[in-house]
Write a protein that binds this ligand. Structure first.
Ligand SMILES: Nc1ncnc2c1ncn2[C@@H]1O[C@H](COP(=O)(O)OP(=O)(O)OP(=O)(O)O)[C@@H](O)[C@H]1O
Length: 718
């Protein structure tokens, strides 16, 4: 098929055909050509230009509260003058990275690991990461070459520098975001506070982490993977690793659970009165996260914009966790009297702390346990045991406490004030002692149930002092990203010039006429054995297309974003010869579609867009499925006068009028295409405004709550 004229000159998608990524962002600025004086090397592959809409991205990095006035200052630095020095600096850093390559290539693996360790010491001693960047990136590049047989391209190094500096980088589909991510993840991990990578689902978190693991391992780093069904012990271990891959959702829930737990423990402490020596350093349950330092968000547009307002809510400490705590208290109490002083435990004469001996710990391990107790983790079991032994020996019924029914008739522990001998109503021992006594007396254990906690995805990421993101399509959301997250958006050029061809839009009077034309085009392309991918806006429309294809005898696969893992496999094969795949735009996202060799020679994959999405970005995600990594490919947009986008963009009256016109139309109306783009821009603007209003209300609510001493994440209005 030949390249046709484009439907609309201002369509941002036109930019995809050019090798000049500057057209993807507002007010493009060319990358200055390297000259001998700055020792900057030319970037390998295509790019003679890289573009940013940001000035000095480093200026937005915060060391503390993102909401402080400092950010506004950073915003004022967004100026065109700021661009040139930034790009020059990045190219100079790239040159420095490349300069180390030949030396590192001659070194043994162990020497690389030693260098990595030395970098960690320097970072932890306070040396600036920017200074360590060239060596760190050179090491990661070499580790990639050795462990994965993938050497980071120059454009990936540039992307990695931008990510380190807190940008959202737009990298087209198939350009290797997964490998690029290893650069800032490694560098930020050096300070020892962890680095998180947030993906859209469990499957991608696991797949990417396992794929990149050999690289990290070569440099002496552990990789943690958070999965929805992980217990607290596994999570704690994963967060303790230098780099941790997980989903935004799990990071959010862990943050909330930890916050609930800390609050519950604090409350116990502040409510503590009659201490009676019950002071353990911490309770059996501890937070799983060790802070939030750096987060790299994959598919940043989906997570940071589309899902920004999604609230993550937990009603209470999860029932299973609660049951686990209760059962462990009972288990520890049941065996408490079996431990002998000196043989199984010792008492520190100064602090009066109980500590298990090696034999005591061995006993803990050998005792029978239920499944729930077993998942608690050994360290926790030791602590529960030490506490139970202490309670069995030192806390006596009718001396330090009595058991009495409260006004609801439920039996509870009431402390006897050791000085006055009176009952101290409402007081509680801290650090799990009170609960251990409840277990001893076999009455209901008052584990804090937690309370409703809520955080939006947006708030979650705003809590990270260092945030960066990667996406195939961020340029059209640049303004929003900058406004909300203070993250500049930069376009990273492709490694090879793109060869994707845009065919002219086709407009039809109604949906069925459109779908019939689509199926005819599928049949034509299919006859050449090129693969075809058809993207729809919804599952029911996928089904209509599928039915029509079946009627024409065209074999095909249908995907609709239900089974992530299985779909990823089908999408990965969508580039094979003769494949026809029908998918909602979002199905199988994050999965690379590789072309079969024979297909490339015939013109690559053909993508058919059946309708405009509310956000142009989603359309571009679909289009980006073809012509990846300089492959051949083509795409065409189909439209009809009853498309939803017209109702949203032009209003119901105008849309209805067009629709009734469409019923009787038989001639070509392709010139109407511009109306659809206009409607899409209007819808995008409306959504943007709505999100801003919501954000403003949320901000006000949080401010008010803080003023009255509430926690905006835990004291949530229903
Ligand atoms: N430096 C490199 N050297 C060799 N191969 C590479 C390199 N970088 C990436 N690749 C290959 O490019 C392909 C695409 O990588 P990846 O899946 O990370 O792309 P992506 O940008 O995440 O795409 P998508 O938008 O589909 O998620 C992979 O098969 C990977 O092996």
């Amino acid at each position: 098929m030949a390249t046709g004229e484009s439907g609309s000159k201002t369509d941002p998608r036109d930019a995809l055909e050019t090798s000049d990524p500057s057209s993807l962002v507002p007010e493009p600025m060319p990358l200055p050509a390297p000259d001998s004086s700055d020792a900057a090397a030319p970037i390998d592959g295509e790019p003679s230009e890289a573009v940013t809409d940001a000035s000095d991205a480093t200026s937005r990095k915060r060391s503390g509260d993102r909401h402080s006035g400092g950010n506004h200052k950073a915003m004022s630095l967004f100026s065109r003058q700021g661009l040139r020095p930034q790009m020059l600096r990045w190219r100079r850093q790239l040159a420095a990275v490349s300069a180390m390559e030949s030396t590192l290539q001659t070194e043994e693996d162990a020497a690389l690991r030693k260098r990595s360790l030395a970098l960690r010491y320097r970072a932890m001693a306070g040396e600036k990461l920017g200074v360590l960047l060239p060596e760190a990136y050179a090491l990661v590049r070499e580790a990639g070459r050795r462990a994965l047989s993938m050497r980071h391209y120059d454009v990936q190094i540039i992307g990695g520098i931008a990510l380190y500096e807190g940008c959202i980088t737009e990298m087209q589909t198939g350009e290797g975001k997964t490998l690029t991510a290893t650069l800032p993840m490694y560098l930020h991990s050096l300070v020892g506070k962890g680095a998180h990578l947030a993906t859209v689902n469990d499957y991608l978190a696991r797949r990417d982490a396992e794929w990149m693991q050999p690289l990290y391992k070569l440099l002496g780093l552990d990789v943690g993977i958070i999965q929805t069904d992980n217990d607290q012990t596994d999570r704690r271990k994963s967060y303790a690793a230098e780099v941790t891959y997980g989903t935004a959702k799990e990071f959010g829930f862990d943050f909330l659970r930890d916050r609930l737990l800390l609050r519950a423990q604090n409350r116990l402490q502040t409510e503590m009165l009659g201490d009676a020596g019950g002071g353990f350093s911490d309770g059996g349950d501890q937070p799983v996260m060790r802070g939030m330092h750096f987060c790299l968000v994959d598919e940043a547009d989906s997570i940071l914009i589309d899902e920004a307002r999604t609230p993550l809510i937990i009603g209470s400490i999860e029932d299973t966790v609660r049951d686990q705590i209760v059962e462990t208290y009972h288990w520890a109490s049941k065996h408490a009297t079996e431990y002998e002083l000196d043989e199984h435990f010792e008492i520190d004469p100064d602090t009066k702390q109980y500590e298990l001996t090696a034999r005591g710990r061995q006993k803990v391990r050998s005792l029978p346990k239920s499944d729930l107790v077993r998942t608690m983790g050994l360290v926790d079991m030791y602590e529960y045991t030490e506490r139970a032994v202490k309670v069995a020996r030192e806390f006596l019924l009718d001396r330090q406490y009595v058991v009495r029914p409260n006004d609801k008739g439920v039996e509870e522990i009431v402390i006897v004030d050791e000085f006055t001998g009176r009952l101290a109503e409402g007081r509680k021992w801290r650090d799990g002692i009170h609960q251990a006594i409840e277990a001893k007396e076999d009455i209901e254990i008052s584990v804090p149930t937690g309370q409703a906690a809520r955080i939006t995805v947006q708030d979650l990421f705003l809590r990270y002092p260092h945030l960066a993101g990667m996406t195939g399509t961020a340029a059209t959301s640049a303004r929003e990203m900058r406004k909300i997250y203070r993250t500049p958006v930069i376009c990273v050029p492709t490694n090879k010039p793109p060869q994707r061809k845009r065919l002219p839009d086709k407009v039809f009077g109604n949906m069925m006429a459109k779908f019939e034309a689509i199926v005819k085009e599928v049949a034509d392309v299919h006859a050449t054995s090129r693969p075809v991918l058809i993207g729809t806006r919804s599952i029911d429309k996928s089904e209509i297309v599928s039915r029509l294809l079946t009627e024409r005898g065209i074999q095909h696969q249908v995907l609709n974003a239900n089974n992530v893992e299985q779909e990823a496999e089908i999408v990965a094969d969508a580039g094979l010869a003769n494949r026809v795949t029908v998918a909602t735009n979002m199905a199988g996202r994050g999965t690379d579609i590789k072309l079969a060799d024979a297909v490339e020679a015939k013109g690559g994959m053909h993508v058919i867009c059946t309708e405009l999405h509310d956000a142009a970005r989603i359309d571009r995600q679909l289009i980006g499925r073809c012509g990846r990594q300089g492959d051949q490919g083509s795409y065409r947009q189909y439209l009809s006068l009853d498309d939803d986008i017209l109702k949203g963009g032009l209003g119901p009256d105008k849309a209805e009028k067009l629709k009734s016109q469409g019923e009787s139309m038989t001639n070509s109306i392709d010139s109407y295409a511009a109306k659809f783009r206009r409607a899409q821009r209007k819808v995008e603007k409306k959504h943007f405004r709505d999100r801003m209003v919501l954000m403003h209300h949320e901000k006000e609510r949080k401010k008010m709550q803080r003023e009255i001493g509430q926690d905006p994440y835990l004291d949530t209005p229903d």
